[in-house]
Design a protein around this ligand. Sequence first.
Ligand code: EPU
Length: 436
Amino acid sequence: MTSEATRLDPPAKPTTEIEQRIIIRGGNPLRGTVRVGGAKNAVLKKMAAALLAADVSVLRNVPNLTDVHMMADVIRYLGAKVTIAGDEVTIDARDINELEAPYELVSQLRASFVVLGPLLARFGHAKVSLPGGCAIGERRIDLHERGLKILGADCKIEHGYVYASADKLTGSRIYLDRPSNGATENIMLAAALAEGQTIIENAAQDPEIVNLADFINAMGGRISGAGSYQMVIDGVKPSEMHGTTFETIPDRLEAGSFISAVMATGGEVTIEGLNPHHLYSVISKISEIGSEVAIYAPDTIKVKSHGRLRATDITTVPYPGFPTDLQAPIMSVLATCEGTSIITETIYENRFMQVGELRRMGADIALKGNAAVVKGVPRLMGAEVKASDLRAAASLIIAGLAAEGITELTGLSHLDRGYEHLEEKFRALGADIWRR
Ligand code: EPU
């Protein structure tokens, strides 16, 4: 435990001249209770789905994240009126007067590409910028395009934009070569207003997809099978769609990040407001590595960790397998486990960008194609590190919490896209962590 005398003082005043950073004095085991917020990846898609109805919808349990504000800007650009108050977002989509989502907006936030489906379905045409490059991988949209074409849309890519139009969308059977989240979402959003029945085979099964389907159904849509391999969408008329008020599911990736932090630092933390069913792949790995997890209530788990943990192998696969979005956080745990772990990344081509930074902290990690060979070292050391994407940022914070000495993390814009009040939440669990 860090004594009062050695605790980091909160910053006297914010410094504007140098890049904002998070400063962590590592080594405190985490103890206490933390509550997770609403799921970013569910909220963003529901904000686009609200465009399906010429009406007002209210989303609840929305985290205050830059990605949510950016998505609000995208749909405001299209003519929607968006109000963000506390954890509620109200979207009035009655007067949509722009059917083009420009590059400046879509390139900032790839998730906004899913406005294509609802705009096409409701207005018969849309022009949406291709999202462009991404640090973690290629992130193609060929499956979105193919699916919309099967529904009868004319889709062409010119000058960096997807132009989609259709006199009428007609339900059809669509097999996805891989269970892409984005493609499943764009297709289900378009098919929600198509004539007849659409069946998506090999659909993404993630909880955020189920939450989106439930939202569309609450708006008047008819979707069944969400969360399974085969999703069935019976199209309804635009006039049957209406606004609704809807709750967002808990963020399983925020919960998984807290779990990883307890494992890396030791201690005992109760995590509330999550759905343990969404985290089975992660919970099963926890006990393999040597921490304990108890499910206390439908929305509460307790994670307990002490002593040196054991190495294991992890492969990222689509849900319900181990999520790619927790690959970087769990790497910070495996970095100090006894033995050698192999992490295989199958979703993205370039999602090991945290590795160079973890090496600066003393980790022994070698990259071999899409695998990382992590030889556990007894302890990480604090260092200056920079985040290159959202989950790399979480991974480096977890490593910093566990490391000996001071870690300074920059690249915080990535962190703020997907974690709300992360340092405050860790501080409440006993960590010495400040932003200045
Ligand atoms: N892919 C294709 N063709 C397509 C679509 C996808 O080849 O038409 C490939 C992609 O290149 C990628 C893989 O399929 O390699 C997975 O892509 P997917 O479409 O499933 O991902 P996404 O919808 O772009 C969402 C999350 C990501 C998360 C992935 C995978 C949101 C806003 N983003 O992205 O979350 O990693 O699913 O689970 O929902 C994050 O939160 O940090 C994050 C990156």
